[in-house]
Design a protein around this ligand. Structure first.
Ligand code: ATP
Ligand code: MG
Length: 659
């Protein structure tokens, strides 16, 4: 097959689930997993209908599970009605969780605030009543531009309570990105803060909102509600700006949840922009919440006694599903963190796990790789210097985790006791798709292992034909699932073209290249857009990068292809060492060592033609490597693409210079 992707990685380590974990797990053992898988495959609609009735409280029960008549614009539970916030809050008051801590908030400074489910309910109701008093109602769209805070969760939940569709914009984005999103969603309301605290510094937020308004096209916005985080000085427009504390002050502590149709858009969220211009992904209410809650139970094995911590920002989908909605729907206590992993020092995460007795910890490979580097440099910041015994389960999300980073996480953070759920999913999928179940699935470092029940993930060729085990191809989901993307906001054509290309038989195209091994385990090989083509061999980026990261000197690596007269494309690798960046002769010597290492580890075709060293790699603000920019840099050209979501533009200059 012309378009297959070749696999060069050999990884044979397997870690069966620990027996005591299996015994207590929500999905206990392979047979239980297989039974769910078979139930879902046999009669998907009956399966999803059962789950939706068991898991959610409907104000009007649905009679039809799935409507495919307008595919790929699928409708789930289309005549049912519910309220998402009532399922997250009111349900817990009824369940006896009123006095249970819902959120343990740790500020950048280390200050800790706790709120119970009762208190959270009252805060959400007061804020929703405030929004109502300003005339906002179901069908309106809000932009939420807030730091990580209890207030951000309150704002999202209050919107959900009234049926206002929210679009959260990460606090690190500029006025320009914010402006684009305000205009694109047609917002009538903006919720922001005066400033945010990160790494001991106050960073202004409201001025970016003012600047965005100044760019024009935001006339539909009637108010900006401002959370006073620091008390820093702000400009004030008395007609438009409202302090959050003034708005909620005299409001009642009850607010009836507004029932909405299951298909009502709960939120619009822009993708990270790793491969191009961000897409405004539109999600539903019923199907989305169902999967947020179910995956909490299956994948995170949620138990009443757990302390859950997802380190993502609410500006990303991970923060939506596994902070604002999933953990609350599942009735857990969770940690919410304002700050950054390296402040006041690189032991911050480990100290927080120790202090709050975190039992389930969910973070991203980029954080793990940077903390490996930091704890190698200083024992005091190594997990071994902290009491990590409260942990029972670890998770990873955002990028493929290189097998060596996986092993470090497993041994040093999890003490060799805790399963790791390497969860593959996307903004578009709403929740986990391919991941181990911690009490059932044998783990393989670097593989996100097997598909969840009801998720028909497969590897196909460019015509949608199944690709056999051991060969790479396109990762697709063959049948719709409840939490799937419903549309690209305002751009149905781009939605159909991007995700349901006609030649793929109506399958959902994820945009990632992957292979399946003989045990049915998936290995993500990289983005389709990033595949390398060396002497006719098509290689994913992940495996070459993992070989580099497996070298003891290497902290991070990104590889791209560059046009080459003899091989078609040559592999160029950008490498961050654990030690400082080498220059001159030393860089040449280490480069040679690493090139030989790759040739020996995975074969001569993958051997980089050139290696460049940097202090860092270009990343999205959610921490993903942006290889599309490195491709331009490797060719010696100037970057003219969309860089609105790039975290550290200055790094491109450093990486532009060959050794
Ligand atoms: P854009 O779509 O704008 O290019 P993006 O794809 O980076 O941005 P997200 O939806 O945040 O935006 O990221 C989803 C992608 O992240 C997946 O398609 C996949 O490439 C990668 N990913 C997420 N989790 C994993 C994982 N566990 N293993 C491998 N890759 C992962
Ligand atoms: Mg994507």
């Amino acid at each position: 097959m012309a378009n297959s992707i070749e696999s060069v990685l050999v990884e044979t380590r397997v870690f069966p689930p620990p027996q005591d974990f299996v015994k207590q797990a929500n999905v206990s053992g392979q047979a239980a997993y297989q039974a769910l898988l078979e139930e879902a495959d046999r009669d998907p609609n009956a399966f999803w209908g059962r789950m939706a009735r068991e898991q959610l409280q409907w104000t009007k029960p649905f009679t039809k599970v799935l409507d495919e008549s307008r595919a790929p614009f699928f409708e789930w539970f289309g005549d049912g009605e519910l309220n998402v916030s009532a399922n997250c809050l009111d349900a817990n008051l009824k369940n006896g969780n009123a006095n249970k801590v819902a959120i343990i908030f740790e500020a950048d400074s280390g200050e800790v605030l706790k709120v119970t489910y009762q208190q959270l309910y009252e805060r959400v109701c007061k804020f929703a009543n405030g929004l109502k008093s300003l005339g906002y109602k179901a069908g309106d769209r809000s932009i939420i531009y807030l730091p990580m805070s209890i207030e951000a969760i309150v704002a999202m939940q209050a919107c959900a309570r009234l049926g206002i569709t929210h679009s959260v914009v990460f606090g690190g984005f500029s006025a320009k990105s914010l402006h684009e999103r305000i205009v694109d969603v047609g917002a009538s309301l903006v919720i922001t803060a005066d400033e945010q605290m990160r790494g001991g510094k106050a960073i202004a937020l409201k001025p970016a909102v003012d600047e965005a308004f100044g760019m024009g096209g935001c006339e539909a916005v009637r108010h900006s509600i401002v959370y006073k985080r620091t008390g820093g000085k702000v400009n004030w427009d008395a007609k438009r700006d409202v302090w959050m504390h003034d708005l909620v002050e005299k409001q009642a502590t009850d607010c009836a949840p507004v029932p909405v149709n299951a298909e009502h858009p709960l939120f619009i969220l822009y993708t990270s922009g790793s491969t191009g211009k961000p897409k405004g992904v539109q999600h539903s209410s019923g199907g989305y919440l169902l999967w947020a809650k179910l995956t909490m139970q299956w994948v995170f094995d949620a138990k009443a006694s757990d302390v859950f911590w997802c380190t993502a920002d609410v500006g990303w989908v991970t923060g939506h599903t596994y902070i604002t909605y999933g953990p609350l729907a599942a009735g857990l206590t969770q940690v919410v963190f304002e700050g950054v992993p390296t402040y006041p020092d690189a032991g911050r995460f480990w100290k927080m796990i120790q202090d709050h007795k975190v039992s389930i910890f969910y973070t991203a490979p980029t954080a793990i790789r940077s903390l490996i580097k930091a704890s190698d440099a200083n024992d005091a910041h190594h997990p071994k210097s902290y009491d990590m015994s409260s942990l029972r389960l670890l998770g990873s999300v955002g990028e493929p985790i290189n097998p060596e980073a996986w092993m470090w996480y497993y041994n040093n953070v999890g003490g060799g006791r805790c399963p790791i759920v390497d969860t593959w999913w996307q903004t578009e999928t709403g929740g986990h798709m391919i991941t181990p179940l911690p009490g059932a699935t044998p783990l393989k470092p670097g593989s996100c292992t097997t598909r969840l029940p009801g998720i028909t993930a497969a590897i196909v060729d460019e015509l949608g034909g199944d690709v056999e085990a051991g060969h790479g191809g396109f990762l697709v989901i063959k049948r719709p699932w409840p939490s799937m993307i419903r549309n690209i906001w305002g751009d149905p054509d781009r939605f159909e073209k991007s995700y349901f290309p006609p030649e793929l038989r109506g399958y959902y195209l994820a945009g990632d290249g992957a292979q399946c091994d003989k045990d049915g385990c998936f290995w993500i090989m990289g983005r389709i857009d990033d595949v390398l083509n060396v002497s006719g061999h098509r290689l994913g980026t992940m495996e070459v990068e993992s070989a580099l990261v497996a070298h003891e000197m290497v902290a991070e690596a990104a590889v791209v292809g560059r046009p080459d007269a003899t091989t078609g494309e040559a592999v160029v690798a950008f490498v961050v060492l654990k030690r400082s960046r080498p220059e001159g002769d030393e860089a040449i010597a280490i480069g040679k060592q690493l090139r030989d290492w790759v040739a020996k580890e995975i074969g001569p075709i993958a051997k980089p033609k050139e290696i460049r060293f940097g202090d860092n790699l270009p990343k999205t603000r959610s921490g993903k490597i942006m290889r599309r920019l490195l491709r331009v840099v490797a060719k010696g050209e100037v970057v003219t693409q969309d860089v609105s979501t790039l975290e550290n533009p200055a790094i491109l200059d450093q990486l532009s210079k060959p050794v």
